[in-house]
Design a protein around this ligand. Structure first.
Ligand code: NAI
Length: 349
């Protein structure tokens, strides 16, 4: 393994720390870049057959063509989501592996942190008290107990969130095109159609992947079907929400709270320190003016347990590739469209 080189795009000091620790067992040669992968930077992969990318690195068709031309054979995602990779474009030439599970707790707990911050207005209380303002007018919240939560997508994260919300004594509704009825009856949540979920939920939390079907799942029409004063939490992907529709409905009060760990145009801003410059995106800037909107910078995954698991699984994915065997965390357009024809032990191509 000592001769195998991996080029990492879009790395931060914490990536280097956790990959450095995990790599003691593997002994790969790791080269870290700050650059994000896109058409302008794809050339940096020259000389590497294995690269690793994160959520805001883009493997478009043009990037896939370039990587393929350079001889890249494996893209190892350091994320669970893979909407940033054009799976049609890479098929049959570049394998793509991901980290399907690293800590569903990290993201589910962050979703709850957003809910409770918005509900009990901790973000506002914090600044008031620091300013010696001990008045509590305007900070009134509501009991979570007895309210209804609607979870869209009941995979690893959605189910973990439902488990936590059960502890609050909430009524639990969920929607998933592939319902897990056994888990629902065991855990005490109920699958309903989206219309019912929208109509009955006080808090709606998004935990489905970004796909052609789920893009803008939260739009003017779906918001119209929701309760007045609903809270929306998005720790999934930015494009699950039509942000302009969100803003219009925040302005009318139809949506009373929005907790966003992701934003549809986040790649220009998130993970960067822009405190000395200006926000050029008017939609993001408008969103940031609402005191009932809390935005975090795609940090749901950011716990030490999750980072250790991401590093370990990514390097293990790479080792599987080098050994030439079955890539258990491979993703291709067939799996993505639920028509996976790969048998246990086989590669996608
Ligand atoms: P998962 O694959 O375990 O579960 C996804 C679930 O969504 C599945 O049950 C699937 O059937 C369901 N689904 C698919 N299409 C749907 C639709 N049209 N409507 C409703 N449900 C649908 O994935 P996991 O690990 O629970 O992650 C969910 C998403 O969370 C990821 O795709 C990723 O985009 C996002 N994520 C965000 C992170 C962050 O840091 N904020 C970190 C990790 C994941």
């Amino acid at each position: 393994m000592k001769d195998e080189k991996i080029l990492f795009f879009d790395t931060k000091p914490y990536d280097r720390q956790f990959f450095g620790e995990a790599n003691r067992e593997y002994g790969f040669q790791l080269k870290y870049l700050n650059n994000r992968l896109n058409e302008d930077t794809a050339d940096l992969a020259r000389g590497y057959r294995i690269i690793s990318i994160f959520v805001n690195d883009m493997v478009s068709e043009a990037v896939a063509d370039k990587l393929s031309e350079l001889g890249v054979k494996l893209v190892a995602l350091r994320s669970a989501g893979y909407n940033n990779v054009d799976l049609d474009a890479v098929y049959d030439r570049i394998h793509v592996v991901r980290v399907p599970e690293y800590s569903p707790y990290a993201i589910a707990e962050h979703a709850v942190a957003l809910m409770m911050t918005l509900n009990r207005k901790i973000h506002r209380a914090y600044f008031r008290v620091r300013d010696n303002n001990f008045a509590i007018n305007g900070l009134m919240g509501f009991d979570m107990h007895g309210k209804t939560a609607g979870v869209i997508g009941t995979g690893r994260i959605g189910k973990t969130l439902l488990e936590i919300l059960k502890g609050f004594g909430m009524n639990l509704l969920a929607y998933d095109p592939k319902p897990d009825e056994e888990e629902a009856s065991g855990m005490g949540f109920k699958y309903v159609d989206l219309e019912t979920l929208y109509a009955k939920s006080d808090i709606i939390s998004l935990h489905c992947p970004l796909t052609r079907e789920t893009e803008y799942i939260i739009n003017q029409e779906s918001i119209g079907a929701m309760k007045d004063g609903v809270m929306i939490i998005n720790t999934g992907r930015g494009k699950l929400i039509d942000t302009k529709a969100l803003i219009e409905n925040l302005k009318t009060g139809k949506i009373a709270y929005a907790g966003l760990d992701v934003y549809e145009e986040e790649s220009e801003f998130f993970y960067e320190d822009l405190s000395s410059s200006f926000i050029s995106d008017d939609v993001l800037a408008r969103l940031m003016t609402f005191h009932n909107v809390v935005i975090t910078s795609h940090q749901g995954f950011f716990t030490k347990e999750a980072l250790a698991n991401i590093a370990e699984t990514t390097l293990s994915n790479v080792r599987e590739f080098i050994e030439g065997g079955y890539l258990k965390n491979e993703i291709c357009y067939r799996c993505d469209r639920d028509k996976c024809v790969k048998a246990e032990g086989e590669k996608c191509f």
